[in-house]
Design a protein around this ligand. Sequence first.
Ligand code: VG1
Ligand code: CO
Length: 557
Amino acid sequence: MLELGTIKTTIRETMDILTIPTHPFEGQKPGTSGLRKKVEIFKQPHYLENFVQSVFDTLPGHEGQTLVLGGDGRFYNREAIHIILRMAAANGFGRVLVGRGGLLSTPAASAIIRKYQAFGGLVLSASHNPGGPDGDFGIKYNIGNGGPAPERITEAIHARSREITEYKTLKFEEIPLDVCGTYNLMGTTVEVIDSVTDYAELMESLFDFEAIRTLLKSGFRMRFDAMHAITGPYATEIIERRLGAPTGTVMNGTPKPDFGGGHPDPNLTYARDLVKVMYGDDAPDFGAASDGDGDRNMILGRRFFVTPSDSLAVIAANAEHVPGYRGRVTGVARSMPTSAAADRVAAALGFESFETPTGWKFFGNLLDAGRITFCGEESFGSGSDHVREKDGLWAVLYWLNILAARGESVEDILRHHWQRFGRDYYTRHDYEEVDATVAKALYSDLKARLPALLGQRFGVRTVTLADDFAYTDPIDGSVSDGQGLRILFDDGARAVLRLSGTGTVGATLRVYVERYEADPARHDMNPQVALAELIDVVDALSQLKQRTGRTQPSVIT
Ligand code: VG1
Ligand code: CO
């Protein structure tokens, strides 16, 4: 681990443990990925403290153990880090590893939990949600495998938050977060560690850096948009310093508390700066972006967009080009709304495939059991068994490794992939900030109609299955139901409707549709055209447009 000078300090303030009386707050229920609320809610006295104490209270055996702590640097990150450091010490953790400046990307936090065999970690992030005083804040607990806490733990945390009466903290001056060093706080060791080094070393162990260096020297040009968020320092170190890409390859590389006023979500709508470059004259060969906390990725070729579902399939199909994965792929998992493209690769190459509910926490058991090597979601997330989170930069490096090994363009790689496996046309339409009552009623009305849809014809298609997706974990047998409405058709086409579990204002409705096209002569359609009929079916069945008063989705991906 890189340390910029070790400071050994014992804080000599009054360090009595303080027990602070408190009352429960409503709604401290972790969603798809932790607890996310407006900053102003998190800043209420006791709000963050209650949640953190609820986490600690549900973790028997944490005394004397190691906790990893860091966040994506959004507004309120630093204050929250100090609050949690005091509470972790008061609650008897033996050691806290905190990223310098209080910063850790989500995948780096996962890597560090694993590398140092920590008990768990607290990651401060609301991911792709906007930041700043009027934006969102978030916190989630990761377990010792480095991955998001499974549902039984998040449910226990929520239950605890509803009956909490006090929390423990310490009185001490703030430790300096901006220099690596070691501090002793009443028997709890706090180590401020470099945020990037461990992660960068892990990446070097997986990919052919030499081949990528050669590619970058050969005239191949790329851009990486960090969107003013956490991946800036990681991408600069790895892509510019270690791989030798020219300075300026990383755009928007300095993390800002409000992400420069933007929406740090790497898609065609929000990654505007990158899209402009990649669709402009003299566009580079390769473009990529990551989100607020560094776990998402968008992959672009020259004037060419790779859907996240296809990206996962390409990753799974090209493991033989990548040193860390060659000859050892056991399986691939995708979240339910993600297209079937990865399943086709698994079937053709003879490894297992799995369909899980939305959210990375459902991949953990499969990864731990060695049943899958890769996993991904349609929401710009892909990853592998190297950590237990999705990993934006990992996906970018994986693509660079494939590009270096195959010597083809991004577009050609996709075209050849479709020729071999067929193309799954795919799109997602989001309706954001819909009135929550309207959204819930619409959802439950459609749910009630599902049984009657079986066998019904819509245009050329007949419904073969319509249900509310429920998942039985193949490793521990736990059941998670209510995971999204799906309508499957006889030609393999599919429509899915879900309510988001990460939004903080009103409700977000997500509509996902896909259909398969085997014939390469028909691989050139605009997905919105290829899928228009299916979108219309969802609208007709749910009356989405009429009931929400929207004529257009907020975001199309
Ligand atoms: C969304 C995505 C989901 C992803 C989750 C967390 O959840 O759809 O696939 O796992 O965000 O990603 P929802 O419930 O809003 O659909 V991140 O980068 O926000 O941690
Ligand atoms: Co994220």
